[in-house]
Every structure is written in C-alpha cells, then in structure tokens.
Design a protein around this ligand. Structure first.
Ligand SMILES: Nc1nc2c(ncn2[C@@H]2O[C@H](COP(=O)(O)OP(=O)(O)OP(=O)(O)O)[C@@H](O)[C@H]2O)c(=O)[nH]1
Length: 379
C-alpha cells in the first residue's frame, strides 16, 4: 500500500515540476504535441495507481470496517461528506430521528451513524461520514472506508461552511474524483467491448477534439487490453473519460447536492451568489433557516416517487407509501410489492396524475406518477 502511495506522490511531484518548468519558460506549449506524451503518460499512470489503491486488499473485507458496516436499508441512502465542524452533526440531528452527538471539538464523528430521514412515508438512510475525507484517495486509513461508504449511496450531500474559502469544495471534489466517484455526471458515451482475439478496432462517430486513435491505442496497451472494439460516440470525450470506461467497475456516477451551512454569518450578496450555483442549497442550522428546503431538495435529487395502494372495494391506504424510482412502470410496481405478482397480473387501475381519466385501466407498461393510487387486479 505504502508503495503505491509513494509512487503516486512521485508521479504527482514529477508532473508538478514539469508543469512549473513549462510555466517558468512561459512555454506556450503546455499542450504542444511534443509535450503531450509525457503528460499523458503521467495521467495514465496516476489513474491506474489510484484505481489499484482502491482494490480490496487480500484478506480484508470489501472495504468495510468497524463503524462502517452499515447495511443498506430503507428506500435510499444519502452520504454526508464534509470537513470537520461544518455542521454535519447539527444538520443530522435536525432532520433525522437518530441523534448524532455534536461536540464542540473537531473529529467527533468517528463512525458512520445511520440516521433515518422520514419523508412522505419514505425512509431515507443518512450516513454521517467522518470529516476526514481529505487524503483518503492516498489510502490514508479511515479515509478508504469513508470512500467505500460514500460509493454505496444514492446521493452525496456535500456540506460546506459558507464562511470558509471555496477551496474546501474543490478539495473534496478532487478527493472523490481521485477515488472514482463522479459527481453530477453521466457515464461517458464510449462503447468498449473486450474480446479474445482480433486486435483493436477503434472507431469514432464524429472525430473527437481531445482524443485520437493513437492515444486510445496507448491507453489500451497500458491496461493490457489488446483485443477489443471501441466506439467513441461523444466528440468531447477526453482521455480521462476513456479510462473511466475501462475502469467502469471502479467508477460510480453519483448525484451531489452542495449544501452551504452557516449562512447566518455571510453577507446577503455572497449568499445570493452561492444560492444561484447549480446543484446547490443554502441553510443555517443555527437559525433553522432553509433546513426543510434542503430536505425537499434531497427528496427531489433522489428521484423517488410515492405510490399508494388500494384494495378493490376499499379506500386507498395513505398510511403507508410504496416507494419506487422515477420512471417506473406498473411492472416495476408489481416487482416492488412481490416478486411473483407479475405472473398473476391481470390489469391495474390507476388514479392520479398519470391517468388520462380516473380511474384508468392499464397494463404492465403504464408509467406511474408521484402520488398515484394503484390497484392491482390479479387473475
Ligand atoms: N454560525 C453557525 N454555526 C453553526 C451552524 N451550524 C452549526 N454550527 C456550529 O458549528 C460547529 C460544528 O458543528 P457540528 O455539527 O459539530 O459539525 P460537524 O461537521 O458534525 O463536525 P465534526 O463532528 O467535527 O465532523 C458547532 O459549534 C455548531 O454550533 C450554523 O448554521 N451557523
């Protein structure tokens, strides 16, 4: 482990040296073709070593560990990520049933304490991860476990201190990126199929701006993929995107909501600026400002829907919602209720936004909407 970490540092230092040399010489040529291969090589090596760091070590579990082996329960899981003392524990204690102790000194939250946020009948598990994520990608002890817990979540809530400098956010983003977590991003539109024989077949839908056959060839060789088919469909795809496709088993594309806390201590002007950033919410846990709005944003970002079921001849049961992902059909609803329900399915009656008239008689392919009432009729 130490070896890989040292190697990563070495390459990073070397790249930094080369870069400062370039800027010192005012060499326009940071992107000059002659310099490209070296930079690329560094990038490629770094990406590979970092990925290696995250492979479960022999004998160890799959990245779990004391305090982190939190089973995934409930309808969704949200991970709080942030530096110490930004107010994560205070926030958690406001929105969940489990109290997480907020002490007056840093590093108090040493284990991931699952709290449950109840929203419209859904149970959302909230993990409070230790505020020591920085350095995690270099394999520092606990950080690794924090990362594995973050990787299993449906949403990352990055809690930031509005009174601190903007670098906080960039640092956390870089750390998450380095361990394979991509925030608010779709998987690259590149098709890769590894084969047993036949060499490399590389094609482009439209010629990409940042990639060419040679770069792809070199990366593939680095990863010892000698027989494959590649189709780049996105003209803006980069070398990093391509590496992400090769390493897809170690990449997670997770939505992130940036939450700035302590807005009671910043100017209105700055607050306005923060609030306008994409994927961002602002709050003050101390003054209880904006906290409920953050909860609503969490719900929206999770893209879940609440459905209510109704038995024939009875009133709908509004006491317990059935939680399904957005873009769910009646078929998904059946699967959610019971795995064999589909087999005896005859038709469903639907009341609510998705119904053209109420009630509407529908089949398995019908797409439901939030807060619909559904009655399944079996054969
Ligand atoms: N001004 C202000 N202070 C706040 C706010 N929310 C929390 N704090 C203070 O910030 C400090 C840290 O809060 P915590 O909730 O312990 O922060 P944490 O992120 O859980 O910190 P660790 O447990 O160290 O990871 C406490 O002294 C809180 O009283 C807020 O909205 N405004």
């Amino acid at each position: 482990m130490v070896n890989i970490t040292e190697k990563i540092k070495e390459i990073e230092d070397e790249m930094r040296r080369t870069q400062s040399k370039w800027s010192h010489l005012k060499c326009l040529a940071i992107n000059h073709p002659a310099n490209m291969p070296r930079r690329e090589q560094g990038d490629r090596k770094l990406a590979r070593l970092r990925a290696q760091l995250l492979e479960p070590t022999a004998g160890a579990g799959s990245g779990g560990g004391a305090g982190f082996d939190v089973s995934k329960s409930g309808d969704a899981r949200v991970a709080l990520v942030g530096f110490p003392s930004v107010g994560k524990s205070t926030f958690l204690s406001k929105i969940t049933k489990t109290k997480s102790e907020a002490a007056s000194y840093s590093f108090t939250t040493l284990t991931a304490i699952p709290g449950v946020l109840e929203y419209g009948g859904a149970e959302i598990q909230i993990l409070d991860l230790p505020g020591i994520i920085e350095g995690a990608s270099e394999g520092k002890g606990r950080g690794r476990q924090v990362i594995s817990a973050a990787k299993t979540s449906d949403l990352i809530l990055m809690v930031l201190d509005a009174t601190k400098r903007a670098e906080q956010r960039a640092l956390l983003e870089a750390e998450l990126d380095a361990v394979g977590i991509r925030l608010n991003k779709e998987p690259p539109n590149i098709y890769l199929k590894v084969k047993k024989a036949g060499g490399m077949k590389i094609t482009f839908q439209t010629p990409p701006k940042n990639l060419d056959e040679k770069i792809i060839y070199n990366v593939l060789r680095d990863y010892k993929i000698l027989n494959c088919e590649v189709l780049v469909r996105d003209e803006n795809a980069t070398i990093d995107d391509f590496i992400d496709v090769i390493m897809k088993d170690h990449r997670k594309y997770i939505r992130c909501l940036y939450v700035y806390n302590k807005i009671d201590s910043v100017s209105l002007e700055f607050l306005d600026q923060l609030a306008r950033e994409p994927h961002t919410a602002v709050m003050s846990c101390e003054l209880d400002l904006g906290v409920q709005e953050v909860v609503e944003r969490i719900w929206k970002e999770l893209r879940l829907m609440r459905l209510y079921t109704k038995r024939k001849g009875e009133e709908p049961d509004f006491s317990e919602a059935l939680i399904v992902r957005q873009d769910s059909s009646i078929e998904d609803v059946c699967d959610q209720i019971h795995r064999t329900l589909k087999e005896t399915f005859k038709y469903a009656m639907v009341w609510g936004a998705s119904a053209r008239h109420v009630p509407q008689r529908v089949g398995l392919g019908h797409m439901v909407a939030d807060e619909d009432v559904v009655s399944i009729v079996a054969k």
